[in-house]
Design a protein around this ligand. Sequence first.
Ligand code: GLN
Ligand code: ZN
Length: 784
Amino acid sequence: FFPTFFANLRRPTPFCFKFRVRAMTSHIVGYPRIGPKRELKFALESFWDGKSSAEELQKVASDLRLSICKQMADAGIKYIPSNTFSYYDHVLDTTAMLGAIPSRYSWSGGEIGFDVYFSMARGNSTVPAMEMTKWFDTNYHYIVPELGPDTEFSYASHKVVQEFKEAKSIGVDTVPVLVGPVSYLLLSKPAKGVKKSFSLLSLIDKILPIYKEVVAELKAAGANWIQFDEPTLVMDLDSQRLHEFTHAYSELESSLFGLNILVETYFADLPSETYKTVTALKGVTAIGFDLVRGSKTLDLIRGGFPLEKYLFAGVIDGRNIWANNLAASLNTLQALEGIVGKDKLVVSTSCSLLHTAVDMVNENKLDKELKSWLAFAAQKLLEVNALAKAVSGQKDEAFFSANEAAQASRKSSPRVTNKAVQKAASALKGSDHRRAMNVRNRLEAQQKKLTLPILPTTTIGSFPQTLELRKLRREYKANKMSEEEYVNAIKEEISKIVKLQEELDIDVLVHGEPERNDMVEYFGEQLSGFAFTLNGWVQSYGSRCVKPPIIYGDVSRPKAMTVFWSTLAQSLTKRPMKGMLTGPVTILNWSFVRNDQPRLETSYQIALAIKDEVEDLERAGISIIQIDEAALREGLPLRKSEQAFYLNWAVHSFRITNCRVQDTTQIHTHMCYSNFNDIIHSIMDMDADVVTIENSRSDEKLLSVFHEGMKYGAGIGPGVYDIHSPRIPSTHEISDRINKMLGVLESRILWVNPDCGLKTRKYSEVKPALTNMVAAAKLIRAQL
Ligand code: GLN
Ligand code: ZN
């Protein structure tokens, strides 16, 4: 009944034959596409730049897919996914499959090619890209489908079948993976011009026929299993939405006949109502659960699991880089085996490995001990297989004891534990850490000291990161220049930036952050408890990847991190110079975090380290300190029931950093988003003196937020122009915008600043844009 796998044929496990035990099987939900050395990124960018051909790009992609396929087969994985590769994004691939191409891309029918596909992803000279948004609570971003009552669907991309056949051509029978039909609709938005109230789910009966065509073609190509990813199942769904799953799979049932159908859920527990619905889905023969994030799901399974179905147990964490605790997972699996039976249990990953780093083979800078604690995607394949074998009674003792030793060394290593830090962090719990005076009065006290004009102008921190700057830091890091040479070069850069801001007549200055490569890495490198990889890249969107630091131990700050540069910058000017820090929650959310203690413990530890820095800056005479919390919202749990708890400790962590400064020290924070509506109370609760936020794309949404902000009494700096675009805004345009804001906000609390840092822009854009910004502020001041 099961397909025979090439890999198994080629390398029979001697054990298996001797005892004739039926091996428990293994599965991988999905795999990183970018390649161990970001091969896909470079191939894509070279193609986009016109430096290589479509064929060259296709060749790189095909090589990557086949090598992943082989790697999984070699690791002994039985259910190997296909179609988890993507040239840009798997949701966009689904849009292409369904032919749901917005009309502005003037697609004329036929198989979707690179031109239409990349235009949707990135825009072209005449049409902007489709919107991109976060994929659940990960740092991956997907292209949001735009649908309406008039959207016509047709089977327009045969990618899934092609990739299935491609793998089959090297003898590997794969499990083709599709974004499930209901999740696809739930992740879409109404197209422009379509009423917001339009029910996207009403399109289900229009897309199911396409899904049926795809399934039929896969079946004809020899597929035995198909995986439908329905991660929206972990969200809070009302009964109507839930019913849509029942409806969709009943509708598909007859076409799914004769196939094994796996519905994958991931990123959280299933609510118990959802669990009931999912386990009862018609035509579905297997269900995958995230047992890393979804610890409560185990109880639901204990309460009952359908006899005839397979359970894919996601015990290997797809979202982090830690080696699995194999003994603990084995226990879980054995308990599950007791419920569903050996034949029906499959060992899997908690979610796609897309969200973890690719392969440790190239990490030759990490020490041996630390490496023994880690597993990237390639290493996780081996863990999955080792567990599957162990449940079948073929435990690889050497593999397990090495793992046990690593777990033990991680627990006891002095690099991990710092008793003093732990004590200080746990002492924080239960108190509030608020500044004594309320924000209105603090602002008054600060104003006496700072004597800023009304509508003060400032920037968010970074100035353009020129090629020369990048080269300078690189050479210093590679020991190609002395510390003195480096410091002098950075000093010169800072003094140029200070001078420029004085010429522009900006009121509150920044030093420009020329010494920083990245707002998290810069701090991580100076804190203890952090490690950095060479190639631990994770796809963020398209060809863009991030390389999160690894927080492996208790966090402390051996010495001041920014005081030298900030005081140097302040010494160059009479105007206030902002000290620039990254906040604890952002450092946490943009790192691979320890899994051996709750996230909030790590957050409090980082908060204490930042607190020391804040106080050192204050002592050194810096009177405005900005603590960026660009990623506070990113950590928001998916389920409503868990959000208040997160927001509470996240906001508390922020307050800890500055609860002890004098009333006259002004604390700013900056956030890279404007979608505050649901977390505005938490933002107020951060109790910063001034909040600068992104505001370039959603004026109307912000109005209500502004309104709340007035009650709060803090200063607010909604970005007056978009720094993500090279366009230079005119004075008129900016003053218009400020005027609109003044319609809602008291002039007393309004700040004038760009949307975000300027590091990705060129000086030829920054100079005129800031000139116009200052001119606009002056124009309006004169009218007030
Ligand atoms: N201070 C940082 C900068 O200006 C903030 C960046 C961000 O919010 N992403 O670059
Ligand atoms: Zn920002």
